[in-house]
Design a protein around this ligand. Sequence first.
Ligand code: ZN
Length: 425
Amino acid sequence: MQSSDPVLNDLFSYIATSPSPFHAVAAAAERLEAVGFTQLDEAERWTEPAGRHFVKRSGALIAWVRSDAAGPGTPVRLVGAHTDSPNLRIKPNPDTGRAGYRQLGVEVYGGPLLNSWLDRDLGISGRVFVGSGTSTEQQLVQINSPVARVAQLAIHLDREVNDGLKLDRQQHLAPIWGLGAPTDGDLVAEVAQTIGTSPEEISGFDLMLHDLTVPASLGIDATMYAAPRIDNLASCHAAVIGLIDSGAEDGFSMICLFDHEEVGSGSATGADGAMLAHVLERIELGCGGDRESLLRSTTGSWCVSADGAHAVHPNYLDRYEPDHHVVLNGGPVIKTNTNERYATAADGVAMFRSVCETVGVATQVYSHRTNLACGSTIGPLTAANLGIRTIDVGSAQLSMHSARELGGSEDPALLTAALGAFLAT
Ligand code: ZN
């Protein structure tokens, strides 16, 4: 899975070690700690929030660099992205099965291309809480062996399948993970064994399935790459490395990796929750500001919401706006939608283009076909909740929401450079 591009190589490793939002947060924290960022405890009083810090909350992470010289009312340069991807998540009573198979009960998370989960060798990942009462502790789980498979029905038993596959979310997606009769406690026992504890010690879990195929360069000239969760770990990675590389020590720059974007962002760790607003307020107060200076700071602030963009697909040209094709390796895409599915407006376009010019990075523009419903991002939510000017950008990709997506091999470095330059302004 090696590539000669160091950014792409590190992205491959970030994706492979981040099968769940909790892992994506841990892997981001690891990279930040390696260069001197320190974690602040949300339960403690923040007496010195200036400097290089981060907070982690379940599947979300906020990290920032704030100069000691940045007084009350200093505007923030903010990059937002999301740690979650559509997938199959394991139900609270997971042990099920029939007809001589042991299966796992699963719920569809977000809007995956369901067909892309068929006939893949799947592992299990997420987090468990170990212990009881006040002494519970989160432990990450990553079972990277092929333990489960959503087996497709043979074509001989569904002759019309190639005219349009229909999958019932309740009936057709439960993966097989063994033979024989299911027993209550099978899954928890397997997970307990993996992390070296007893099943009785596991008091709660958030577990999901992931495809085991590792990220890889693709194409005869390796100009593309294939990987799971490009949407939106590619943006999370670019934000983290961009913040590290930005060297911004003068002002106030921040990245927010939110959870739950794929299900609407309404949670304690999502972009429609209070987490970011609270962190911004606590930093402002800790740096000697007040509510008035906090609100004043929003006027000069900018947010870049980074998420995947739809590269033009050669086999489906009719699905794209003819004059707004975006391509792999064409640089960051500026996404516009006048119905506010994206937060981009002209002042943001001008700001982002001029930032990209300073580092020699080209940009592209995307507009969704007018007769198709457009997806959305955390951009409009952040703009609405905080009153901060926001622009939606991201790298072009194919197969968005597939278990295995496709990107351009040069785009991760281009997006990283662009976000780093923005954070340094
Ligand atoms: Zn996304």
